[in-house]
Design a binder for this molecule. Structure first.
Ligand SMILES: C[S@@+](CC[C@H](N)C(=O)[O-])C[C@H]1O[C@@H](n2cnc3c(N)ncnc32)[C@H](O)[C@@H]1O
Length: 272
């Protein structure tokens, strides 16, 4: 079991060519859901926001548009290669595992698909809650990867088995690097435990046909993890077959459950 800071590394690398389609695929199907979760009263004009592990930056840019010129967004990541600063959008390299919080009065802190990867996720979540202004919102969004992916249609039984074998091996790699595949289920209670109120959770899952942005995520992940997947005993031919399947319109699979949880710091009472 990982210790509180065991030196494990984030599994993917934003600097590789496959990171670009990976981050775009995430944004294309998750941004509409996240946008609904961040809509007013969570995001309000003039607010101060922090996008943690901003990745490709689409959510940080959306926040900057929503808060307008009197607000401020800070986008941080351990690798800021895909992030560009703008008038009301600051970009900073920041490791949320090890560095002090970049502020303590945020009206909104959002972290999507970040804490799942970090062995220190509980400590980090408590620290994020402590970075909120009174009334400020913390929104944490993760994939719940505990249930087997349900293949809906496949050209053959062997194809469905190959899909399961490769996706299981990818999850093993993530776990080996300190990811907690069930963490999404704990976030609601962690926010309550951190003293936040109005905590609510929604989940979303959808079918991903071969050739869709969702299905392409498995392909780009398999390219990023190729050395580890070969080490785990998969053959180059199996990986090629897996990638062909993900482009085959005869294949479709349910996505992981995307779990979005949010809560807010209580507004200070007049007698406090
Ligand atoms: C799966 S990507 C998600 C990107 C973006 N949040 C999204 O949902 O589109 C995870 C992001 O977290 C960043 N990350 C990983 N470990 C981090 C850390 N310790 N501190 C800050 N960012 C981190 C990665 O560099 C990557 O950009």
């Amino acid at each position: 079991m990982p210790t509180d800071h065991d030196g494990s590394e984030y599994t993917f690398d934003n600097g590789t060519p496959d990171a670009v389609p990976q981050l775009r695929a995430l944004e294309s199907f998750l941004d509409p859901i996240t946008a609904r979760r961040l809509s007013p009263p969570v995001l309000t004009p003039g607010g101060t926001c922090w996008e943690v592990g901003a990745g490709g930056g689409s959510i940080a840019r959306g926040m900057a548009r929503a808060i307008g010129p009197t607000g401020r967004v800070l986008a941080t990541d351990i690798d800021t290669v895909h992030l560009t600063a703008a008038d009301n959008l600051d970009v900073r390299r920041h490791d949320v595992r090890t560095e002090p919080l970049p502020g303590d009065a945020f009206d909104l802190i959002h972290a999507r698909l970040v804490l799942l990867h970090l062995p220190e996720r509980r400590r980090v979540l408590a620290a994020l809650a402590g970075g909120l202004a009174p009334g400020g919102w913390l929104v944490v969004e993760e994939f719940d990867c505990t249930a087997p992916l349900r293949v809906l249609t496949a050209p053959s039984d062997d194809a469905a088995k190959l899909f399961a074998a490769v996706t299981d091996a990818m999850l093993d790699v993530l776990q080996g690097n300190g990811a907690d595949l069930a963490w999404a289920q704990d976030v609601h209670a962690e926010l309550v435990g951190a003293g936040l109120v109005e905590v609510d959770t929604i989940t979303h899952s959808q079918s991903w046909p071969g050739g869709s942005a969702g299905a392409s995520l498995y392909e780009t992940n398999s390219r990023q993890l190729e050395p580890q997947l070969l080490d785990a005993g998969l053959s180059p031919g199996q990986l090629d077959g897996f990638r062909r399947l993900l482009r085959d319109p005869a294949f479709s699979v349910m996505s992981y459950q995307f779990v979005s949880t949010r809560g807010r710091r209580p507004v200070a009472q007049p007698h406090e």
